[in-house]
Design a protein around this ligand. Structure first.
Ligand SMILES: [Zn+2]
Length: 341
């Protein structure tokens, strides 16, 4: 094959390759292969010296012609390809604003945590200081200091989780009372809340682990009227303005007199329904005036000071509020249930 034939062959091959390039990157490769500094057309120009002198001029001209032709064809192909690439890119990145949004599940506090926070806020609003108290408690604070008689059934090993003979998981948040009174002098107005434990089979209204709130006040001239006012205010803030509070005599070793506190059933507004067993009332708390003997054991003179105390189950509150009849639902972590609250 002569040099001229070689050249024409190369031109044909180059035109085919340019036509086949499907992207700008591919086209760049083709351009370098033929027209680059070490490209095939450029190389051919360098062989000009091996030609007979009379052919050199026309060969040189033809090479330059082909170079220009190829450069123009490449430029055209490049223009075509950039239009295609831009529109593909636009299509790929197009945003359909009419599509429905993606739904992200956002977590939130558990209903019992929310309830504890609400209770805390109410008592802080009433001037109480919230104190921490241990879940592993001494027998002394959990029972003895609270005036429990030796034969009281609550002291039975079968009823409480004992860790050692004088150490147990607290059965009531009331255990913190003596701890506080040992360290402070009246006026005292404190509140604690948290988990309590009792040996109990789990059913709709009982659990081995539950939450309690306990508050007590000791000061000059504290009376049953203060206790009633405080609990009434709490009930109003928790359940709404229309709620009524009922006190009936009850017995707890650490108070005298003691009372069982109930609120009007929020489901039937006191008319009587299945949840309140037709009575129109729902039991809320145990309360009373702190027993003089309890005050004496910490060196507070019961002649000079009086106090009231009350405690209630936290888990009961959302049950009352949302008319839930099974305590276990709170702890089973079924999101279908928890998301409704
Ligand atoms: Zn009712």
């Amino acid at each position: 094959m002569t040099q001229q034939e070689n050249l024409e062959c190369l031109r044909k091959q180059a035109l085919e390759d340019i036509g086949r390039a499907e992207s700008l990157a591919e086209l760049d490769v083709v351009e370098t292969r033929y027209l680059g500094r070490k490209g095939e057309v450029t190389q051919l120009l360098r062989t000009i010296g091996s030609l007979p002198p009379e052919e050199r001029r026309s060969f040189g001209q033809r090479v330059n012609q082909i170079k220009e032709e190829l450069a123009a064809v490449i430029q055209n192909r490049r223009n075509e390809l950039s239009v295609v690439e831009i529109s593909t890119k636009l299509q790929k990145e197009a945003l359909d604003v009419t599509l429905p949004g993606r739904f992200f599940q956002v977590g939130r506090p558990h209903v019992l945590v929310e309830t504890l926070k609400r209770i805390k806020d109410i008592f802080i609003g009433l001037g109480y200081e919230i104190v921490e108290s241990p879940e592993i408690e001494l027998y002394k604070y959990n029972f003895a200091a609270l005036n429990y008689p030796e034969e009281h059934p609550a002291l039975d090993e079968q009823m409480s989780f004992y860790i050692t003979d004088d150490c147990l998981l607290r059965t009531q948040t009331t255990a913190f009372q003596h701890r506080v009174m040992e360290k402070r002098k009246p006026p005292i107005r404190v509140c604690t809340m948290g988990k309590c434990y009792r040996v109990d089979a789990v059913d709709a209204t009982h659990s081995h682990t539950f939450h309690q709130v306990d508050c007590f006040t000791v000061d000059h001239g504290i009376t049953m009227a203060d206790l009633k006012g405080t609990l009434h205010q709490f009930a109003v803030e928790m359940f709404g303005r229309d709620v009524q509070v009922r006190f009936r005599p009850d017995f707890f070793p650490f108070v005298e007199p003691g009372a069982e506190v109930a609120v009007t059933c929020t489901i039937c507004d006191g008319k009587g329904c299945g949840v309140c067993k037709g009575t129109g009332w729902l039991e809320l708390a145990g309360a009373g005036m702190i027993h003089p003997r309890v005050l004496e054991t910490v060196g507070i003179d019961p002649e000079e000071y009086t106090g009231f105390a009350f405690g209630f189950g936290v888990d009961r509150i959302p049950m009352i509020k949302y008319s839930i009849d099974d305590l276990r639902l709170f702890l089973e972590n079924d999101l279908r249930f928890l998301r409704q609250l």
